[in-house]
Each structure stands twice: as C-alpha cells, then as structure tokens.
Design a protein around this ligand. Structure first.
Ligand code: PGA
Length: 250
C-alpha cells in the first residue's frame, strides 16, 4: 500500500470546450473549498483548455495534468506538446502510455519509457498506463502482460514521488464492465510488488456507484476516470467515495 491520500484523476480525453470546461472546474473548485474530501483531485483536460481550467481551479488544491507529451523538450514535431510546455501551463502530472495512444498511435513501451523520462526532466509526475487486452484477459494472461508492460515502460530511476501507475484493462475502458474485484486486487498486488510504495490507480468504467468498492481494494490508491469525469455530479460522487471506501476497508 502506498502512502498518502488517494488520488482521483479525471482524464477528459478529447472532450471539453472553453465554456463548459471552465464552468465544470469552477463548480468543482467551489465544492472542494467547502468540503474536506480527504483525497487529491486531478483534472487532465485537453491542452487547449489547460490555462482556462488552471485559472478556474486556482487556489483550490485541485491538480492539473496533461494527457500525453512528446519525448523531446522542443523542436520540429508539428502538433506535439512537450512535458516542459505542460509544466509551463501549470501541470503537475502527465498521463503517458494510455491504451488509446498505444493502440491508436502505435506507441510502444519504449516510446512510453522515453515520455516518462521527459516528464521527469520537466519536473512532472508521470502517470503510466498499463493494461491487458480482452484477448489477454480471456487467456488468463493479465498479470503477466501488465508486469511486462510495467518493467518496459518505466525507467529504472523511478521513485515513489515521480511515478503513478494506472492499471487500466483495455477491455474495461468505456465498456461499463469492471473486472472482478479479485482480479483487480491480484493485478494491483503484482504491480505493488514490482513498484513498492508507488501509487497505483485503477481505471476503466469507474463511476459514482462502483467507486467506493473499487477504492476499498487493497493496493488501489486511487482511480483514473474517463467518461464519468466529464460530469460534475458523477466526478464528485467518485471523490466522495474515498470516505466510504475507508469505511469498507474497516
Ligand atoms: P472510462 O475511461 O472511465 O471512460 O472507462 C478510463 C480511461 O480511459 O482512463
């Protein structure tokens, strides 16, 4: 089990225009100022609204993150964003190796590893996503695949404060289907063995109804939330589930 409070991270993916993004984050910041939720909140909006979201959450303690970065600090890489740019925009974290990038953009473990190094070079915490496909899951290879992805995607210099691991079974993302609780526990235990004292998030179809149960699983130190993070009430319910999960653990 890693130290500290649980981390509830919202991955907005390619969603969010200025007006809605700002409104959602202003309201979220307002709620956070009025309640002690006992967990850390992180929002990872598209790069185009980072500054607006950053202004909306200023002073609330909510953290800001990017969804991807290039391995280089600057240069002729049209359309790309460096870790230094994310840092400059107010980010503390960056998601790397999300399965949508691995599958949709052909990112290999070695690419992810270079991006993690870039995040650290810029002073960001890297949230490294790993997870098995439906096929791997069906053939009982989840643990094996995840452990191998982890060792290939994370540079040797990893320390607990610069790394967060997000276990996201590819088949669970956006599907409405959670793995069995025992399956999540097994994979998280394996990750924890490999990266002791690192925060390990679970991601894939987390919502306000299942969050407390997920957050109560041993070695689950938070959640990475996609679809549900776009709705204030849903995201807020997940944040509030932190308290309930502590009750369930007792
Ligand atoms: P989901 O996505 O919560 O919509 O399943 C999670 C993710 O892709 O990080």
């Amino acid at each position: 089990m890693s130290p500290g409070r649980k981390l509830i991270a919202g991955n907005w993916k390619m969603n969010g225009l200025r007006a809605d993004a700002t409104a959602l984050c202003r309201e979220l910041a307002q709620k956070v100022r009025m309640t002690d939720i006992g967990c850390e909140l992180l929002v990872c909006p598209p790069a185009t609204v980072l500054t607006f979201v950053g202004n909306a959450i200023a002073g609330s303690g909510i953290l800001l993150g990017g969804q991807d970065c290039h391995a280089a600090a600057a240069g002729p890489f049209t359309g790309s964003i460096s870790a230094e740019m994310l840092k400059d925009a107010g980010c503390t974290h960056v998601i790397v190796g999300h399965s949508e990038r691995r599958r949709g953009y052909g990112e290999r473990n070695s690419d992810v590893r270079a991006k993690v190094a870039a995040a650290w070079r810029a002073g960001l915490i890297a949230i490294v996503c790993i997870g098995e496909t439906a096929e791997d899951h069906e053939s009982g290879k989840a643990r094996e695949v995840v452990v191998s992805q982890l060792s290939r995607s994370v540079p040797d210099e990893a320390i607990a404060i610069n790394l967060v691991v997000a276990y996201e079974p590819v088949w669970a993302i956006g599907s409405g289907h959670l793995p069995e609780i025992a399956e999540i526990a097994e994979v998280h235990a394996a990750i924890s063995e490999q990266q002791p004292s690192t925060r390990i998030l679970y991601g894939g179809s987390v919502n306000g109804r299942n969050a407390a149960e997920v957050l109560a699983i041993p070695n689950v130190d938070g959640v990475l939330v996609g679809g549900a993070s776009l709705h204030l009430d849903e995201f807020w319910a997940i944040a509030n589930a932190c308290g309930q999960s502590l009750e369930l653990q007792r």
